[in-house]
Design a protein around this ligand. Sequence first.
Ligand SMILES: [Zn+2]
Length: 322
Amino acid sequence: MSKHLRPLTLFVVSILGIVLLAACTPTERLPVPTSPPTDCPVFEQIALPTFTVELSQCVEPASSQKLQVTVSILPQKYFVEGIGGEYVDVNVMVLPGESPATYEPKPSQLKALSQAAAYFSIGVPFEDAWMDRIAAANPGMVIVDTTVGIERMPMGSGEENLDPHIWLSPRLVKVQARTIYDALAQIDCAHQPEYQANLERFTADMDRLDTDIRNMLDGMPNRKFMVFHPSWSYFACEYGLEMIPIEVGGQEPSAAELADLVTRARNEGITVVLAQPEFSIRAAETIAQEIGGKVLLISPLASDWLNNMRSVAKTFANTPGQ
Ligand SMILES: [Zn+2]
């Protein structure tokens, strides 16, 4: 279904000669759209598993041991526990406070993979360098690509880079939850009914969260925000916001770029500059100082994913002057 939209969207975008991201530019003083714009990432209704699970890998019902699984980042722990409940034990590769862009798994973490029945990847940059070694650490482990069914947006101007931050949109998280369910139900078929019930509850939670965020952001006068690391494109696209990133191609901005950002912040009436604990906040502080504003920290990597999403939405909604 959504496939029909894709050629049309691409056609319109190429005609206007603007990038997909710029097409998300919202009109100011309009309420949050009740459904996402058609240029937000599309996905297939049902994610098709790209992994294969041997029948012999199905855990015996007699086993009282929890299913050991590993994920790349903390928010995925929330998702896998949401579906797997009491039957899974989730290990996280990128430790709290570390960046998924540059993380280097510890030898002990690679060794621990020998106990894992599955690895859930999500397309964060460190996986590019490490996935082969992760897979080699346990040939019997099922590797589940949770980006399946999600069309990622280009990141910034470099079209070769796809934006990995798909865990920051409840709608896209629903697709990931379905992929996680498919994998768990196949690997541990004895608990398929429980996984299915959890998936239904989890999906309802996502729908409620989505509605709440829309209500919180409804009527925000200034829908533009400035943030150091551009983690929030999918969130912005979904809720009619416009993200102005400070980071340039993964680097701190130069003095000239910083000056341009200060001018832009003044022109756009921005008074709060957002940053995240995993990256340097120096540039954000410099801009905030220049415009007489302040820096607020929001984390895209918090482990209590659902409450964090609510508090991020609250931060956007309550930003003075925004
Ligand atoms: Zn990132």
